[in-house]
Design a protein around this ligand. Structure first.
Ligand code: ASP
Length: 314
């Protein structure tokens, strides 16, 4: 069994230095030696570190570099690849890898940690061990995130199903609270293997995609500039609704339509919905059914980088 571990920083690769948490070279050894002490040395780990950052600083260059390293290595004789990553932006790198590799790739698992590895509260070792077990068990193909929320077992999440974090909370969740599977004392249990097939896309992300993201909140005056804006993503309230009765919102959508800036709304569910959504058509808003914000954002970023017609990519 041969696994490539790609370190990129994050809390899982950080230690306390001068009172600040920052990337620290020692943690690489710590993660693997802790695993070998607990589970033996039957896995051959090969390591790489294309960059080491706190993931809040993730940018196009990092994602392009990560995608390129993974694409180069995946065709070699590894049984799987584990990417250690900061939790803050793990969803974005996971989505980029998923678009780049498609759903039939050998497993690529992103692993992070809520606390540094030498803190007894850390879930990093458990997440790493579960990722190794997933590869050993040949439990699935594609790109996944592996994470244990408080009071839960470690879960495997499909990359394109990941949600952004709840405010101030490190928990990682998938859309509709579904996940691919979990790792318990009894081994790996597959919960929802249904996979929307995803083709591979070749891309190099441009530096700044100029996507305007607007969160729904009462009283917004929608005074956003659409200058140089390539697309708008509206993040609705939890029920997929927006304040369509707000005249400023109507004016904002009309201005976007006039400038040919496509406006998307994510996390919309099929079926009966609220009267306020009747206006979506009139306001030229494209609802993205069951698309998470991150998957839509990353797909648009790719589309903008490749000069694609954004109205045709979903
Ligand atoms: N700020 C850290 C990062 O994303 C948080 C974490 O890893 O949990 O790099």
């Amino acid at each position: 069994m041969k696994i490539l571990v790609i370190f990129t920083g994050g809390t899982i690769g950080s230690a306390l230095n001068d009172g600040w948490l920052s990337p620290d070279g020692q943690t690489k050894k710590q993660l693997i030696s802790h695993y070998e002490k607990a589970f033996g040395d039957d896995v051959c780990f090969v390591t790489k570190e294309p960059y080491s950052i706190l993931s809040e600083n993730l940018c196009a260059d990092n994602i392009n570099q990560l995608v390129s390293v993974v694409k180069n290595e995946i065709c070699k004789d590894f049984d799987g690849i584990i990417v250690t990553h900061g939790t803050d932006t793990l969803q974005y790198s996971a989505a980029a890898l998923s678009f780049a590799l498609g759903s039939c790739t050998p497993p690529v698992l992103l692993v992070s940690s809520n606390y540094p590895l030498d803190d007894s509260r850390t879930n990093g070792h458990d997440n790493f061990a579960a990722a190794v077990e997933f590869i050993k068990a040949k439990a699935g193909k594609g790109v996944f995130a592996v994470y244990r929320n408080d009071n839960q077992s470690v879960r495997f999440h499909k990359a394109l199903s990941l949600l952004t974090h709840r405010e101030g909370d490190d928990s990682l969740d998938s859309i509709d609270d579904k996940c691919f599977g979990e790792f318990t004392d009894k081994g790996i249990a597959i919960i929802d293997a249904a996979e929307s097939a995803c083709d591979r896309i070749d891309f190099t992300l441009c530096k700044h995609p100029q996507i305007l993201v607007v969160n729904a909140y009462p009283g917004d005056s929608y005074g956003y500039s659409l200058d140089n804006c390539k697309a708008v993503i509206l993040r609705p309230y939890h029920s997929g609704t927006l304040d369509t009765a707000n005249e400023k919102f109507e004016q904002f959508c009309a201005a976007a339509a006039k400038k040919n800036v496509p406006v998307f709304v994510v996390n919309i569910k099929e079926g009966i919905t609220y009267e306020s959504s009747k206006e979506f058509d009139n306001y030229k808003i494209t609802p993205l059914y069951s698309n998470t914000f991150v998957s839509a954002y990353m797909r648009l970023w790719i589309g903008i980088s490749k000069n694609e017609d954004l109205n045709k990519i979903f």
